[in-house]
Design a protein around this ligand. Structure first.
Ligand code: TMP
Length: 209
């Protein structure tokens, strides 16, 4: 049996991940492609418990290395329990964030060493990388405005604008360094326009099946 495709969705805060993931799910359903939809950190019961630790605002003392290691602990569980078995069963996997988020948030945002993150990536994933990554891009001030309008913020969303500027830069650098894997979508225009951009990407990915 063919392996499924592994698609990850990334973006800065307020880039509209939920709405656009919903659009991609509908697209795959219409094409009769069997897929699972999941998220990071999280996706399995153990990894969701790690997510709670990571997002809890009460954990003000969590140090940057522990944050990074917890992301990869959750990822290891997620890969072994859910992602790899699904891909091997021929299903597509749609993940709301994956390792690019560790490079962007812990590398770009927190300033941790890119090499250390790459070592963890190698250890936890071996040669497994997403087949395609959709980066939903939005200027930081607009994205953060949307997050604040939503109300309740988590441990990450409480950070300063400079933290999110570094994250956006890191995401754009990752996209620039991996042009064959990344598809950058500008989410500033109307929802119809964003969906048009997404359809073009999804068309390319699904004709390659
Ligand atoms: P979410 O808000 O998109 O559900 O993601 C949860 C938060 O976790 C978000 O602020 C990004 C952050 N994150 C990291 O810092 N590193 C990672 O590796 C992942 C997967 C998420």
């Amino acid at each position: 049996m063919n392996k499924g495709k592994f698609i990850t969705i990334e973006g800065s805060e307020g880039a509209g991940k939920s709405t656009n993931i919903h659009f991609i799910q509908n697209y795959l359903n219409k094409k009769n492609i069997e897929f699972i939809s999941t998220r990071e950190p999280g996706g399995t019961p153990v990894a969701e418990k790690i997510r709670d630790l990571l997002l809890d605002k009460a954990n003000t003392s969590l140090c940057d290395d522990a944050e990074l290691l917890l992301m990869f602990a959750a990822r290891s569980q997620h890969l072994n329990e859910l992602i790899i078995p699904a891909l091997e069963a021929g299903k597509w996997v749609l993940s709301d964030r994956f390792t690019d988020a560790s490079f962007a948030y812990q590398g770009g945002g927190r300033g941790l060493s890119w090499e250390k993150i790459a070592q963890l990536e190698q250890w936890v994933q071996g040669s497994l990388r997403p087949d395609a990554t959709i980066l939903l891009d939005i200027p930081v001030d607009i994205g953060m405005q949307r997050v604040r309008e939503r109300g309740e913020t988590d441990r990450f969303e409480q950070e300063q604008l400079s933290f999110f500027n570094r994250i956006r830069e890191a995401y754009l650098k990752l996209a620039n360094d991996n042009p064959e894997r990344f598809h950058v979508i500008d989410t500033q225009p109307s929802i119809e326009d964003v969906h048009k951009q997404l359809s073009v990407v999804m068309e390319k990915l699904t004709v390659q099946v």
